[in-house]
Design a protein around this ligand. Structure first.
Ligand code: KG4
Ligand code: ZN
Length: 335
């Protein structure tokens, strides 16, 4: 079938997710987040992630099938993330998908997690017309990609150090905010003054990114406050620091998108990945679109963060191409 019924499975990081995508109709989309498990550590503990995927993958898939009113026999394929990501976490999803596919007598389709994000704007519709530019901004990646066709991607620039989402998470930790930091910083930034402090904006002619200097400059900014006053200062200005830091990230990302759009002459730009949920970034991109006459495509907020619907959508884009049962994980898979 040209519009297959697909079960999507995603376990590359700390979310256990399953979805049923019937052509472009999303029948269910279940995400079981492990944020609480990792919150005490301020980051993801790989061993804990694997154990929790192992524990929840069965119930999460069952829930997705039930909600979609779908029996295993109704499926045309099982789409599963095979990389990049945490090795142990990926193995849980892939092993489950292979067994499930074998029992349900349908093929498995290995999906690149980054391609999944790329197609998070295509889940329930056509998505931007190709060629277009896509900025992938997540906890693990920051990449500007030229999408010329399904499977034909040129990486125009990527981060030299930290990913944008990683910077959000680390700055949130400095400000005693909950993990993951992006949503927490975003929320505080709404009430803060983005001109409170002028944090540095990195800019490279080759369209690469760097966020480690910005992260360090927030650290030094806080360190330079006399110790006895620091807690009260952070308490009083947490929102302002969040807004100022976020503005620096947004300026860097939007500037790169603007230059890349000019260089390539595209008319359509997508921004995907966890950080694309950021309200400051979404607003700034809409403004850029108006100014530069660009069509901006943003995923529905529920598809920005890791989910299995985007994994199924990626498999649908490549359908009827499927993978052999010898399919293996590749923790360092690139686009
Ligand atoms: O795509 P994603 O769920 O997982 C990866 O593939 O990495 O992205 C998670 C990242 C985290 O770093 C999180 O802090 C960030 O996306 N994030 C945000 C927002 N929501 C999630 N960053 C900024 N603003 C947000 N609203
Ligand atoms: Zn992701």
């Amino acid at each position: 079938p040209a519009s297959p019924v697909l079960l999507g499975i995603e376990t590359s990081c700390d979310d256990t997710a399953a979805a049923v995508l019937d052509g472009t109709t999303l029948r269910s989309n279940v995400v079981s987040s492990q944020h609480d498990v990792h919150a005490d550590y301020g980051g993801i503990v790989p061993e804990l992630a694997s154990r929790n995927h192992e524990r929840y993958i069965g119930p999460v898939v069952q829930h997705a099938l039930d909600e979609a009113d779908c029996a295993p026999g109704d499926l045309d394929g099982v789409a599963v993330t095979c990389g990049p990501g945490l090795p142990g976490a990926l193995l849980v999803g892939l092993s489950f998908a292979k067994s499930f596919g074998y029992a349900a007598r349908c093929p498995v389709v290995g999906v690149n997690h980054l391609e999944g994000h790329l197609y998070s704007t295509h889940i329930t519709g056509q998505g931007p017309p190709m060629p277009y530019l896509s900025l992938i901004v997540s906890g693990g990646h920051t990449q500007l990609v030229h999408v010329s066709d399904i499977g034909s991607y040129t990486v125009l620039g990527q981060t030299r150090d930290d990913a944008a989402g990683e910077a959000f998470d680390k700055v949130a930790q400095m400000l005693d905010l909950d993990y993951p930091g992006g949503p927490a910083v975003d929320r505080r930034a709404q009430q803060g003054d983005p001109t409170f402090h002028d944090f540095p904006r990195s800019r490279f002619d080759d369209l690469s990114f760097s966020f480690s200097g910005l992260k360090t400059s927030v650290l030094y900014f806080l360190r330079d406050i006399p110790e006895g006053e620091r807690d009260a200062f952070v308490e009083a200005h947490r929102a302002d620091i969040c807004a100022s830091f976020q503005q620096a990230v947004v300026d860097v990302l939007v500037d790169a998108v603007r230059r890349a759009a000019l260089d390539t002459g595209v008319e359509h730009v997508a921004v995907v990945g966890g950080v694309s949920a950021n309200r400051g970034l979404r607003d700034a991109l809409q403004m850029l679109g108006t100014e530069q006459d660009l069509h901006i495509h943003l995923p529905d907020p529920q598809f920005c963060m890791d989910n299995a619907a985007m994994i199924a959508a990626s498999a649908r884009m490549h359908w009827p191409t499927t993978s052999p049962l010898t399919l293996d994980i590749n923790p360092r898979l690139t686009l």
